[in-house]
Ligand binder design. Structure first.
Ligand code: ATP
Length: 924
C-alpha cells in the first residue's frame, strides 16, 4: 500500500522522521489522504478488523453439535436399532438427528451473527482527516496512510506513527502488560530493534489514550497490526458458554447418566423376567432418548439472542451475550449521577464572589463576575457552533452563560490566546489553561496587575480552595484569610444543599512560564475569583425507575464525582436515599480497609467525590457481600470497574475505552434503560426456566410411560422414534414458542434470582415431579384402556399393538398443548392471560398439531412412526388429557397464589420482598 512498504528499503516506521513516514505512505500531514485514495486502499488492504477467534466457523459449530452428549446417545440408539434389525427406526432416528443438528447449527449460527452485528454496531467511530477535512469514519474503514486524530478516551484504532503529540499518553497494557501509561513523542528513534513498549513514537491498535491529544499516521491495519499478529497466534480460543449454558450442559450430562442407569435397570429387569432381548434393549434405548432434553440448547441460544434484540429496542446494546441472563440476577445498580440520573441539561444560574451573590438570570455587572465568566469561557474545551454548544455539558453551560454577557470564547481567545493546558481529569477534579496576555488583553481584563501570562484553573471547590492564597476583590488581588475562605465554603455548601453543581474558578498572573508546565508548578498560589453554581434537574423517568428497583429488590446506588451535598439532594429527590442519610466520600473510602468498606456498603446509597479507583473498590466490596453488581461509567479510568462489575454499563456518549470494557452500552445514557434491560433479563431467565420446567415434566412423563408398563405386563407403549419426535418436534416447537413469552405480570415485583440458584428452585422441582407423574399416569391409563379392549379376545394382534402405541403417542402430544398453555405463566392463570398474548406460541402449537396429525393419519408417514389411524375417539382422548393437565396446573397455581398472599405462610416460590437481598443471600 505504501510506496516503500519494504522495511529493508526504509527501516522500521519508528526510525523515520514524521515527514518521511508521511511520504512513505503517500499521505499529507495536513490534508491526509483523498477519499478516492482511501477507498482504493480499503479495497486492497481489506477492512481494519482483527478476527479474535471468538467467532466460530460453521464447521466449528457443527462439530460442537455433533460431539454433544445428547447426539452421541441418539447415534448410539440409532445404531442399536439398526443392529436389532429395526431398519425403519434406524432411518427415522437418523433423519430426526440430522434435522436436529441442522436446526441446532442454524440456530447457533444465527445467534452468533446477531452477536457479531451487535459488535459491529458498537465498533468505534474514528476521527480522521481526509481531503483536508476532519470527519468520523468507522474504524473498520481505516487504511494505511490515514491521518487519525487521537484524544483521551479513544482506543487506538490501528498501528500508527505519531505525527503530533500534545502530552499524548497511552496505556499499552493490552499489548505489553504494562499498566503505567507512556508519553508519546513525534521524534524519530535511532535504534531499529526496539520492543513494542519502547517505540515511543508509535501507538498501537487496541491500546488506550488516557491523556492529551495528538495526530498519528496509520501504518498498519487489521491482522497486520501488532495486536492482529497476536490474535492470529491465539485464534483457536474457545467460545465461552454463558453461566446458564454451562449449568444446563451439566444438567444434560447428569440426565444422560440417569438415562443410562434407568435404561440399564429396566432392561435388566425385563431380561430377568425372560422377555425378548431385542425388545428389552429397545426399551432401554427409548428410555435414554426420553430423558435427554434434546431441544434445550437450541431454545436457550434462541431465547438469549432474542433477549439481546429486545434490549436493543429499549436502547440497551448488549456487547456480551452472557450479560443478557446475568442482568436478570442484578441486585445492585451503581450509577453515575450526571446525565444518567439527571437530564444533563446544565444551566449556570448563580455566581458567588467576594462581594456577594449574582443571579445570572438577570444582568450581572462588576469586575469579579466579569472575570469569573471570562475565565469560565477561557478555561473551556466546549464550543458554540451556530448558537449550539458542543462538548462537555458542564463546560457548555459555562460558555452559554459567558456568551449571554457578551463574553464570547472566540473573541476572548484573540486577546488571550491559549498557550498550554493541563486537561481535566476526574481524580484531580480540575483543569488549567495558560494564556498569553496580548496588549489588548491587559486592558480588557481590567486587573490591577501587569502580567504577560494568565493561568485559569477551574474545578471542584474543595479541590481548588486549598490551592488559593489570594482572592479577587473588585479588580485587586488580596490575601485570602480564614474568613474569606469560610465564606466560600459556606457558599459552596449552600449551593450543594439545593442540589446544584458548583465549580470554583481561580487565576494566576505570571510574568514568565515555568520551565515545565506541570500541575505542581502551575496550580499553586492561585487567586480565587469565585464560584459558578449550575442546576441539572433529575430525570423524571429515573425517579420512576428507582421506584421500580425498590419493588424488584434491586438497590440503586449513586456514585458521583460531585459534591456530597449536591449528590444527596439529587439522590433524595429521586428516592435513592432520604434527606438526612449518610453519604460516604472518596476521602473516607480512602481511609477504610476493604473489610470496613464491606461493612458499610450495604447501608450507603450515595458515594460522593469519588474517583474512578474508588468505584472498583465499591464493586469489589458489594460483590464480597454476595451482590450481583451493575456499574456505569464513561471515562477511561472507569474501565477496570466496568470490567470487574458483573454487568459493566458504558454510556453511549462515553469513551471508546469504557465501551470496550463494558458488557452493555446505554444508547441514551439513561438510568431507566438499565432497569429496562434488567426487566428483559428477567424475562429471558423466566422463559428458559419455563422451557426447562415444561420439557423436564414432559420427559418424566415419557420415562414413566416407557419404564412402568413392562412391570404391569403391558407391551412397550412408545417406540424410540415416537419419543424422539415428541421431544424434538412437539416439545421443541412448543418450547420455542414459550421462549417468546412476554414479561410476566409482577416480573419486577419480586426479588432477583440468585445467580447460583438452581433451575429447580422455587418449587419448580416439586412441580415437575407431580406433573411428570400425572402425565405418566394419563398416558399409561390410555394405553391400559386400549390394551384391555384389545385383550378382550385374549389375543394381541400386530395392528392392535400399533393402535395402542399410536393412541399413547397422540395423547402425549395433544396433552403437551394443554400443558404449554398452562406453562405460560408461573403464577397467573392461563385463563386470565388471554389466548392471543403470544402469537408465536399459537403458531407453534398449530405447526406441532399439524405435524402430529400428519404422522398419525397420513399413510405415507405411518410406517416410519409406527402409527395407525386412531379415529376421532383417539383424538378426543388426547383432548381430554390436555384439559386435565391444564386444569391440574391451574389448581396448583391457584393454591400457590393463595399461599403467597397469606403473610403467615413461608412462600416456596416467590415473594420475599420484605427481605433485603443481602440478607437472603447469606441465608443460602
Ligand atoms: P458523575 O460522576 O455523576 O458523572 P461528575 O460529572 O460530577 O459526576 P466528574 O466528571 O468526575 O463527575 O467530575 C468531578 C468534579 O470535577 C465535578 O463535581 C466538578 O466539580 C469537577 N469538574 C467536572 N467537570 C469539570 C470540568 N470540565 N472542568 C473542571 N472541573 C470539572
Amino acid at each position: 500500500m505504501s510506496l516503500h512498504r519494504d522495511p529493508a528499503a526504509r527501516g522500521p516506521w519508528h526510525t523515520l522522521e514524521a515527514d518521511e513516514a508521511l511520504a512513505a505512505q503517500g499521505s499529507d500531514g495536513v490534508k491526509g489522504l483523498s477519499s478516492a485514495r482511501a477507498t482504493d486502499r480499503l479495497r486492497q488492504a481489506g477492512p481494519n478488523e482483527v478476527q479474535d477467534g471468538g467467532e466460530r466457523t460453521v464447521w466449528h459449530i457443527l462439530w460442537e453439535q455433533v460431539s454433544s452428549v445428547l447426539i452421541l446417545i441418539l447415534v448410539f440408539a440409532g445404531g442399536l436399532a439398526a443392529v436389532l434389525g429395526k431398519q425403519v427406526d434406524a432411518i427415522a432416528i437418523a433423519a430426526i438427528v440430522l434435522l436436529f443438528v441442522v436446526l441446532g447449527v442454524a440456530q447457533e449460527y444465527r445467534a452468533q451473527r446477531a452477536v457479531a452485528a451487535l459488535k459491529q454496531m458498537s465498533s468505534p467511530q474514528v476521527r480522521v482527516v481526509r481531503d483536508g477535512r476532519a470527519q468520523d469514519v468507522s474504524s473498520r474503514e481505516l487504511v494505511p496512510g490515514d491521518l487519525v486524530i487521537l484524544e483521551a478516551g479513544n482506543v487506538v484504532p490501528a498501528d500508527c506513527r505519531v505525527i503530533e503529540s500534545l502530552s499524548l499518553r497511552v496505556q499499552e497494557a493490552a499489548l505489553t502488560g504494562e499498566s503505567e501509561t507512556v508519553e508519546k513523542t513525534e521524534a524519530a528513534l535511532i535504534r531499529s530493534n526496539l520492543t513494542v513498549g519502547d517505540r515511543l513514537n508509535m501507538v498501537f491498535l487496541g491500546t488506550a489514550v488516557t491523556f492529551g491529544r495528538g495526530r498519528a499516521l496509520v501504518v498498519e491495519t487489521g491482522m497486520r497490526t501488532e495486536l492482529g499478529r497476536i490474535a492470529s497466534m491465539i485464534r483457536s480460543v474457545r467460545h465461552e458458554p454463558t453461566p446458564l449454558q454451562r449449568r444446563l450442559d451439566r444438567l444434560g450430562k447428569v440426565l444422560a447418566v440417569v438415562a443410562v442407569a434407568i435404561a440399564a435397570v429396566v432392561a435388566i429387569a425385563g431380561w430377568m423376567r425372560g422377555e425378548d432381548v431385542s425388545l428389552v434393549l429397545l426399551t432401554g434405548v427409548s428410555l435414554a432418548v426420553a430423558i435427554v432434553p434434546e431441544g434445550l440448547p437450541a431454545v436457550l441460544t434462541f431465547t438469549l439472542a432474542r433477549g439481546g434484540q429486545r434490549m436493543l429496542r429499549r436502547k440497551a446494546l448488549i456487547r456480551k451475550l452472557p450479560a443478557v441472563e446475568t442482568l436478570g440476577s442484578v441486585t445492585v445498580i451503581c450509577s453515575d449521577k450526571t446525565g444518567t440520573l439527571t437530564q444533563n441539561r446544565i444551566t449556570a444560574t448563580q455566581l458567588a464572589t467576594a462581594s456577594g451573590w449574582h443571579d445570572l438570570r438577570g444582568r450581572v455587572e462588576g469586575d469579579e463576575p466579569d472575570l469569573l465568566l471570562m475565565g469560565a469561557a477561557l478555561c473551556n474545551d466546549a464550543d458554540l457552533r451556530d448558537g449550539k454548544a458542543v462538548g462537555d455539558p458542564t463546560e457548555a453551560a459555562l460558555l452559554v452563560a459567558a456568551a449571554g454577557h457578551r463574553l464570547e470564547k472566540a473573541r476572548l481567545e484573540k486577546i488571550l490566546p491559549r498557550e498550554a493546558e493541563i486537561a481535566f481529569d476526574s481524580t484531580r477534579k480540575r483543569m488549567t489553561t495558560v494564556h498569553r496576555v496580548e496588549p489588548g488583553g491587559r486592558v480588557f481584563l481590567g486587573l490591577d496587575v501587569d502580567a504577560l501570562f494568565l493561568t485559569v484553573t477551574k474545578g471542584a471547590a474543595d479541590a481548588l480552595l486549598p490551592l488559593c492564597s489570594g482572592v479577587l476583590q473588585g479588580n485587586r488581588i488580596v490575601a485570602m484569610d480564614d474568613a474569606a475562605r469560610q465564606r466560600m465554603i459556606d457558599a459552596n455548601d449552600g449551593f450543594g444543599l439545593q442540589g446544584m453543581r458548583v465549580l470554583a474558578l481561580a487565576i494566576r498572573p505570571l510574568d514568565a512560564l515555568p520551565e515545565r508546565l506541570m500541575p505542581e508548578a502551575l496550580e499553586r498560589d492561585l487567586v480565587l475569583v469565585g464560584l459558578v453554581a449550575m442546576i441539572d434537574p433529575p430525570r423524571a423517568e429515573a425517579a420512576e425507575a428507582v421506584a421500580v428497583c425498590a419493588r424488584a429488590g434491586i438497590r440503586p446506588v449513586m456514585i458521583t464525582g460531585d459534591h456530597h451535598l449536591t449528590a444527596r439532594k439529587i439522590a433524595a429527590d429521586l428516592g435513592i436515599c432520604r434527606e438526612g442519610d449518610r453519604v460516604v466520600t472518596g476521602i473516607e473510602i480512602e481511609r477504610m480497609s476493604p473489610a470496613e468498606l464491606e461493612a458499610i456498603v450495604d447501608e450507603v446509597a450515595v458515594f460522593a467525590r469519588v474517583s474512578p479507583e474508588h468505584k472498583l473498590r465499591i464493586v469489589e466490596a458489594l460483590q464480597r457481600r454476595g451482590h450481583v453488581v451493575a456499574m456505569t461509567g464513561d471515562g477511561v479510568n472507569d474501565a477496570p470497574a466496568l470490567k470487574r462489575a458483573d454487568i459493566g454499563v458504558a454510556m453511549g456518549s462515553g469513551t471508546d475505552v469504557a465501551k470496550e470494557a463494558a458488557d452493555m452500552v446505554l444508547l441514551d445514557d439513561n438510568f431507566a434503560t438499565i432497569v429496562a434491560a434488567v426487566e428483559e433479563g428477567r424475562v429471558v431467565y423466566d422463559n428458559v426456566r419455563r422451557f426447562i420446567q415444561f420439557s423436564v415434566a414432559g420427559n418424566i412423563g415419557k420415562v414413566l410411560t416407557v419404564a412402568v408398563p413392562p412391570f404391569l405386563g403391558l407391551p412397550l407403549l412408545l417406540a424410540p422414534v415416537q419419543i424422539l419426535f415428541s421431544n424434538l418436534l412437539t416439545d421443541g416447537l412448543l418450547g420455542l414458542g414459550l421462549g417468546t413469552e412476554k414479561a410476566e405480570k409482577g416480573n419486577m415485583e419480586r426479588p432477583p434470582y440468585r445467580p447460583q440458584e438452581g433451575v429447580f428452585s422455587r418449587g419448580v422441582g416439586l412441580h415437575v415431579a407431580w406433573l411428570g407423574a400425572l402425565i405418566g399416569a394419563i398416558t399409561i391409563g390410555a394405553g391400559w384402556w386400549a390394551w384391555s379392549l384389545a385383550m378382550a379376545d385374549g389375543l394381541l394382534t400386530p395392528v392392535e399393538t400399533l393402535y395402542i402405541s399410536t393412541l399413547v403417542f397422540s395423547t402425549l402430544a395433544i396433552l403437551q398443548i394443554g400443558r404449554v398453555l398452562a406453562a405460560r405463566s408461573f403464577r397467573q392463570s392461563a385463563f386470565a392471560l388471554g389466548p392471543f398474548g403470544n402469537p408465536t406460541l399459537l403458531a407453534m402449537i398449530a405447526v406441532a398439531l399439524v405435524a402430529q396429525l400428519v404422522v398419525v393419519y397420513w399413510p405415507g408417514a405411518q410406517p416410519f412412526f409406527h402409527t395407525t389411524d386412531i379415529g376421532l375417539t383417539g383424538l378426543l382422548i388426547g383432548v381430554a388429557a390436555a384439559v386435565t393437565v391444564l386444569l391440574a396446573t391451574e389448581v396448583e397455581k391457584g393454591l400457590r397464589r393463595r399461599a403467597e398472599d397469606d403473610p403467615a405462610q413461608e412462600p416456596g416460590t416467590g415473594r420475599l420482598a420484605s427481605q433485603r437481598p443481602a440478607a437472603r443471600l447469606q441465608d443460602t
